[in-house]
Design a protein around this ligand. Structure first.
Ligand code: AP5
Length: 210
């Protein structure tokens, strides 16, 4: 969990490599479905590009279907789900049906000015989804994906006014979802300020890994 742009996706990819379990990013699933022109993509485009949350019923169906797949049987890293109190309940139900425990809930935190700096400098590859930053994670050739060789793009929801809307929704809804886990005693806040490797070390320590 954590506010937009705090580094959830960057860190989840590193953890996936360490743990050997899939990284389930609801944002990535929604964007892939928009790019494919799928029916879900058509339903969600306005929400995603405008920085609003996709309704809980759609998200509940999406996550239940994703976590049923065979690659998730040995565990998974959720990135960007749950974001509302309703989604916390949905995840409880999905995990109970699968007989799987929720091992850890980690919340990355960083000041808003750092988040705005990270999001306004983010560039992504429209083909493979690789994430770069104009200052902290530059591609080898400016503006070009190292892996695919295609031009990098800025996400429509990384425009400054949309970032502010996403931060407002985070404060209003996702912090309440985090509070549910805090009251259950399972939430750990992790400082997201510092370079990528410093934050990764803090997360591993929060997970009890060396
Ligand atoms: P989603 O894609 O999940 O967006 P988000 O949560 O707003 O998070 P971001 O992807 O913007 O940021 P991040 O924390 O992953 O940061 P990143 O690692 O990229 O969701 C998009 C939309 O989909 C939502 O707004 C909503 O509409 C919908 N949606 C998704 N899930 C939903 C749900 N559950 N319910 C309803 N709707 C949902 O890093 C950001 C930048 O910073 C990068 O450039 C990176 O290189 C850089 N960076 C990372 N770490 C560091 C560091 N330590 N130091 C310096 N730079 C860093």
């Amino acid at each position: 969990m954590g506010p937009p742009g705090v580094g959830k996706g960057t860190q989840a990819i590193l953890l996936r490599e360490r743990l050997g379990v899939p990284h389930v990013s609801t944002g990535d699933i929604l964007r892939a479905s928009m790019q494919a022109g799928a029916s879900l993509g058509k339903q969600v485009r306005g929400f995603v590009e405008g920085g609003q949350l996709v309704p809980d019923d759609l998200m509940g169906d999406l996550i239940a279907e994703r976590l049923q797949r065979s690659d998730a049987r040995g565990g998974f890293i959720l990135d960007g789900f749950p974001r509302t109190v309703g989604q916390v309940r949905t995840l409880d139900e999905v995990l109970a049906r699968a007989g799987m425990p929720l091992d850890h809930v980690l919340m990355l935190v960083a000041p808003e000015e750092e988040i705005i700096r990270r999001l306004s400098g983010r560039r992504t590859c429209p083909q493979c989804g690789a994430v770069y930053h104009l200052e902290s994670r530059r591609p080898e050739s400016a503006g070009i994906c190292d892996a695919c060789g295609v031009a990098l793009a800025q996400r429509p929801d990384d425009a400054e006014e949309v970032i502010r809307k996403r931060l407002g929704i985070y404060r209003a809804q996702t912090m309440a979802a985090g509070q549910v886990y805090r009251e259950r005693g399972v939430l750990r806040e992790v400082d997201g300020v510092g370079d990528v490797q410093q934050v990764a070390a803090r997360l591993r320590s929060g997970l009890g890994m060396a």
